[in-house]
Design a protein around this ligand. Sequence first.
Ligand code: ADP
Length: 330
Amino acid sequence: MAQKKGRVFSGARPTGRQHLGNYLGAIKNYVALQDDYDCVYCIVDLHALTTLDTTLEIRENTYEMALDWLAAGIRPEETIMFIQSHVPQVTELHLLLSMVTPLGKLTDLPTFKEKARMQPHNINYGLVGYPVLMAADILLYKADIVPVGIDQASHVEFTREIARSFNYRYKTDTLKEPQVKHTEIPKVIGTDGQNKMSKSLDNHIELALTPQETVQRVMTMVTDPQRKTRQDPGNPDVCNVFSMHKIFSSPQEVEMVNIECRRAGIGCVDCKKLFAKNLNTSLEPFRSRRNELAKNPQDIWDILHDGARRASQIAKVTLQEARQAIGLPD
Ligand code: ADP
């Protein structure tokens, strides 16, 4: 096997069935990175606790998400895929890192302010410490590269700062500063044609829908708002369906839509039908693999447990080094 270029770490909260935004913005990249890097992908259930009102769905959401990742092409024989809380060393490192983290920096982060605004009834201690836990995830596995969307870039920078502070304060080089890697498509727009695709806005298209459900969902997509009737010419440059064609349709079809939309040769309904057909074709291998995997749910849990076993081998070493650097007794 060719020498790998380093280690990749990424985590995502257990949000259940994944949608096109998750796929194009994250999972596709996770799959591709496996060729060149040792990859560690984590379902961060502890992070989810900071925002959830109910925790009853975490288990099911974790399972569904793992199923989607595997069906999309994560290879568990080489890649470590696991559940965050199954490797408890992360919580200890989180505590150690909190000692070199100025509180004011945490409360100044735009992501904290945004979350606090969204859930004023639940501004908990964990919410403030979210970036420290994220830093502990990344630093525990000595990641070289962290692939994230633009919105998370400040947290990776923050992780680098914490690593520097820790290394400086305890005169060590134990913690490795990671590099951020942005995903190719940092923002996939939802069916409303305006906002980032997201489950909470109900503007998403799940990968695991049936072909019929996919068509129905695509039909709700908002196109060029200026185009009121079939006879009006449209503007593909401002149409989210056209953006999707560019990803899922052939160059000839993209060209056809580009020309015909502008001269009202094709209507939005037919344009969406074509996109839905191509999306369904593209997702077919994913869906059949998913159905196959879903026949043995225990296999999914076994993969996650095996991942945790392999992850904890790395985690134990880093934590021990961190404890030694600080001078905590053995
Ligand atoms: P988390 O907040 O834990 O990252 P999300 O479900 O919001 O969980 O996102 C998981 C991954 O999918 C992240 O890497 C995120 O950047 C990506 N992602 C989610 N929605 C979109 C979107 N609409 N466009 C691009 N990337 C997205």
